[in-house]
Write a protein that binds this ligand. Structure first.
Ligand SMILES: *[C@@H]1O[C@H](CO)[C@@H](O)[C@H](O)[C@H]1NC(C)=O
Length: 132
């Protein structure tokens, strides 16, 4: 027999796990990886990147409309890594140093196909620049 408090604890943990997986979705992907233009030093110090413990080493921003990016995953239902058919302009924000709570980045731009994880017709995870 499980006590009432431990039952609540288990329920709470379960809720957290479910919430985290719900965060791994298209909306989170958009917020992290889709922007018409970007300033690495401001973008990487704002939500959803706001540094709590450490600075993110690398983040890629794709410069295209959300619908164009979503189209990469058109018809892909099962979790699959998919290479885009078209090339995208992108900016890689690469971590250089940290001063107090400010993470500093340099920007490297390029144009290439991208590899994303598709789920239920939308990108949910950015894998890499280039083919899968
Ligand atoms: C996609 O690729 C990443 C990195 O190579 C890998 O860790 C992940 O398991 C792959 N996901 C799927 C759904 O194949």
């Amino acid at each position: 027999m499980i006590s009432k408090p431990s039952c609540l604890l288990i329920f709470g943990i379960l809720l957290c796990v479910l919430h985290l997986s719900a965060c791994q979705n298209w909306n989170a992907f958009r917020r992290k990886h889709v922007a018409q233009r970007v300033n690495c030093n401001s973008a990487m110090n704002r939500s959803p990147f706001r540094p709590l413990v450490s600075c993110k080493q690398l983040n890629t921003f794709i410069h295209a409309s959300a619908s164009t990016v979503k189209n990469i995953c058109q018809g892909v239902i099962q979790s699959t890594n998919t290479t885009s058919r078209v090339s995208f302009r992108y900016t890689n924000c690469i971590f250089t140093s940290r001063r107090r709570r400010q993470c500093r980045y340099r920007a490297a731009t390029g144009n290439n196909v991208i590899c994303v994880t598709c789920e239920r017709g939308a990108p949910v995870h950015f894998v890499r620049v280039g083919r899968c």
